[in-house]
Design a protein around this ligand. Structure first.
Ligand SMILES: Cc1cc2nc3c(=O)[nH]c(=O)nc-3n(C[C@H](O)[C@H](O)[C@H](O)COP(=O)(O)O)c2cc1C
Length: 242
């Protein structure tokens, strides 16, 4: 049984709000850029414009959603990848910065990376989603399917998937306003991302599985992160069901 003196229960207590423990006035300043943009990239991968119509019946999609852990060798189409990226992090308010998924305080602490195992018209490698320009920055080229599978505790789904989405949080972007309670919001935000990605995948005839079990240090190293200021939080493996 979990001890109430455990770090988890301590975190829960220390970050709770109550009538006797009101939050400090939040700071509305935004000292940390809401977008991470890489200057030095191997290649920009331009994405087809996402579709804004079609996509099927929401109730049928919700009923059909199931975790898929075995994938075929068939690649993901670049247009499908574009649609999935838009469905989770795309800008959806013309001229504004609000995105497809909700985020506490509209701070969007989670950055989206994609391990490209098999995507048409796209080199294999590691990419970062440039939200503002709806394009991918290729950060590293090569076959990282074994590495991402191994970093996810050896889960075959991550190794087999055509693409693996990985979200990492720029902690200060949220902590500046909410202090340690930011960690709650970061994880809640990530849950929205994974859930919305799964529904979008079903709409495209794809399968997916969310992955919370991974070696934090290995995923951070694969994504090129320091693992402290920016921490890996959640992954989703996507592909054609095998
Ligand atoms: C936060 C979270 C973490 C998860 N981590 C994993 C994981 O590491 N590996 C895995 O195979 N499934 C993982 N899953 C998928 C669950 O096992 C799955 O959603 C659950 O068994 C219910 O099945 P369903 O998604 O098909 O409805 C995760 C799901 C969530 C929401």
């Amino acid at each position: 049984m979990t001890e109430f003196s455990s770090i988890g229960s301590h975190f829960q207590a220390q970050t709770s709000y109550s009538r006797h423990r009101t939050p400090a006035s939040p700071s509305w300043a935004r000292p940390v850029e809401p977008y991470k943009e890489y200057a030095d990239v191997l290649q920009w991968i331009e994405l087809p414009a996402p579709a804004s119509t079609g996509g099927g019946d929401l109730w049928e999609i919700i009923a059909a959603r199931r975790s898929v852990r075995e994938f075929s060798r068939e690649p993901l189409e670049l247009a499908q990848l574009s649609q999935l990226l838009w469905a989770v992090q795309g800008l959806t308010a013309p001229g504004g910065q609000l995105r497809a998924c909700a985020s506490a305080g509209a701070l969007y602490p989670n950055e989206t990376y994609v391990v490209l195992n098999r995507v048409t018209d796209c080199p294999s490698g590691l990419a970062h989603y440039d939200v503002r320009n709806h394009r991918l920055a290729l950060l590293a080229e090569g076959d990282f399917s074994e590495d991402i599978g191994a970093a996810c505790l050896g889960q075959a789904s991550a190794r087999q998937a055509a693409a693996v989405f990985a979200w990492a949080a720029v902690v200060e972007r949220c902590a500046h306003r909410y202090g340690d309670r930011a960690y709650r919001y970061i994880y809640l935000d990530a849950g929205h991302l994974g859930a919305q990605l799964q529904l979008a995948a079903v709409a495209l005839g794809l399968g997916s599985v969310n992955i919370g079990a991974f070696y934090d240090d290995e995923v951070a190293s694969l994504l090129g992160l320091d693992g402290q200021r920016e921490v890996p939080v959640y992954l989703t493996a996507v592909g054609r069901p095998g």
